[in-house]
Design a protein around this ligand. Structure first.
Ligand SMILES: Cc1cc2nc3c(=O)[nH]c(=O)nc-3n(C[C@H](O)[C@H](O)[C@H](O)COP(=O)(O)O)c2cc1C
Length: 178
């Protein structure tokens, strides 16, 4: 089979681990929202999630200052707002107002849940050892929420270059993985 060399800059699109998420942080004049696709599970229980948040983003300083955030999981229905939150900065914009998203109080952290998302992970920052070298934050999920009315969430997955995949068909296979 003929194979073409694949650009190293696009490798992440092949291994994309999960859905694009919206990370909310508190503090400052208003709560903020950023779009994030570079995340990975690190532990089952307590759930640990690793996230790369660039130090060019306003959310970087907000997360370091408050040590809390919420990972909100959106579906394709709000894809336009998701991309919008990824193309604007909370340093000069209230994204909740601008993108007509609704903040709801979380139970364990100061950052808000986003009403329009189907699941929410309230997180505390537990490990910053890789922040200086990789902007990699280790978060512990201390409370999780899911809307049971959304049976088959059509999450969006970033493939790079403005391309997204929408999750669809669900299949069941025997697997040793939990
Ligand atoms: C689909 C998508 C995925 C993104 N993933 C990440 C990511 O994983 N890490 C990151 O630092 N920025 C990511 N971004 C860029 C940030 O969302 C963007 O820089 C945003 O403006 C940051 O907002 P803030 O300055 O209000 O924190 C992504 C943007 C999009 C559109």
């Amino acid at each position: 089979m003929a194979r073409k060399s694949f650009p190293l800059s696009k490798v992440y699109g092949l291994l994309e681990p999960g859905p694009v998420v919206l990370v909310t942080t508190a503090g400052g004049e208003h709560a903020n929202i950023m779009t994030l696709s570079w995340h990975t599970m690190l532990e089952f229980v307590p759930p640990l999630v690793g996230c790369v948040i660039s130090n060019r983003n306003y959310s970087f300083s907000r997360l370091l200052a408050t040590r809390e955030c919420v990972i909100n999981i959106p579906t394709v229905e709000i894809a336009g707002q998701v991309v919008g939150c990824g193309n604007t900065s909370g340093a000069n914009l209230d994204k909740f107002k601008h993108f007509s998203l609704t903040p709801r109080p979380a139970m364990q952290v100061g950052a808000p849940l986003i009403e329009e998302c189907f699941a929410h992970l309230e997180c505390r920052l537990t490990d910053t050892r890789l922040v200086d070298s990789y902007c990699f934050f280790v978060l512990e999920v201390v409370k999780a929420w899911r809307n049971p009315a959304v049976k088959n969430p059509r999450t969006i997955h970033h493939l790079g270059g403005g391309n997204f995949m929408v999750a669809g068909e669900k299949i069941r296979l025997k697997s040793k993985m939990k």
